[in-house]
Write a protein that binds this ligand. Structure first.
Ligand code: SIN
Length: 280
């Protein structure tokens, strides 16, 4: 397995591994260590049908939740991320900065996204390092975060008020329901359970409020600005066969919607995680 960094902050390309193979425990451990260290890895040239993607993903841990998006029929762990040539104006799934399903009590640890049929240009995904974001926090911001907890909720993404927005998607089956209004609180400064590094566990899509401060709006804006600073990002242009595997515990990401007239199809699986634990 060769691991070549893509930037000095996060991201690596991994070659010399076929994810459809029955990988040894040592190979899985090596890959997992690369994902945790680099936060997102790109494994090019893969050919995984949904069963194979699910089998591979389960080597990293139990499957994560697929609530709000119906899985591909017959493949309960795998969701379709698809816009076709004529859907340029339809909702862009994943199009705002977020960490997958951070609104769950135990958010998913990893996401595996496999490019099946992607545009010749556009439709890139960008990740930012929340390890680097934690390191960017100045003393004033750290002081302002003292005693403050993030309120995560999917209400502005998947509650019934969002139904009309998702209805424009012809092929993806996004479901809205009242459970999206639930709130779960997570610490903002978290210790990564595998690397021990400090992480800013924040994303503006699902952190809609802060407990422990009377004036959350300026702090929410400041955290968004810091955590999406271009200096701590990596951008990937997809080719068919690419597999991106990222650590939701140490990154956030967004998908760009700049490929009007082209199809963009990827298959997504996630790995279940644990409740985030405060770093101090
Ligand atoms: C996602 O946020 O899970 C999808 C990202 C993408 O389509 O690039």
């Amino acid at each position: 397995m060769q691991v070549v960094p893509l930037t000095g902050v996060l991201g690596a390309e991994v070659t010399g591994v076929d994810l459809a193979d029955d990988l040894s425990d040592a190979q899985v451990a090596e890959l997992r260590a690369a994902i945790c260290a680099h936060q997102v890895v790109i494994v090019p040239g893969q050919r995984l049908d949904p069963d194979a993607q699910s089998r591979f993903t389960r080597r990293l841990g139990p499957p994560g939740p697929t609530n709000f998006v119906d899985p591909i029929p017959g493949h309960p762990d795998v969701i379709l991320v698809l816009k076709t040539e004529d859907e340029a104006d339809a909702f862009n799934f994943g199009g705002v900065w977020h960490s997958d399903w951070s609104f769950m009590p135990e958010p998913p640890s990893f996401t595996v996204l496999h490019a099946i049929d992607v545009p010749p240009y556009g439709g890139d995904t960008i990740w930012s390092s929340m390890v680097a974001a934690a390191a960017l926090l100045d003393e004033d911001t750290r002081t302002a975060l003292d005693g403050v907890t993030a309120v995560h909720t999917a209400r502005d993404a998947y509650s019934p008020k969002m139904a009309a927005i998702h209805a424009g998607l012809k092929h993806m089956s996004v479901r809205t329901d009242e459970s999206a209004n639930e709130e779960h609180r997570h610490p903002l400064l978290v210790r990564h359970p595998e690397t021990g590094r400090e992480v800013l566990f924040f994303n503006s899509a699902y952190v809609r409020d802060l407990d422990g401060t009377d004036d959350p709006a300026p702090l929410l804006r400041r955290l968004h600005t810091i955590s999406t600073d271009v200096r701590i990002t990596v951008r990937h242009h997809w080719r068919n066969g690419d597999v991106a595997i990222w650590d939701n515990r140490s990154t956030q990401h967004l998908a760009l919607n700049d490929y009007a007239g082209f199809r963009r199809q990827l298959h997504r699986t996630t790995v279940g995680g644990t409740a985030p634990v405060a770093s101090a």
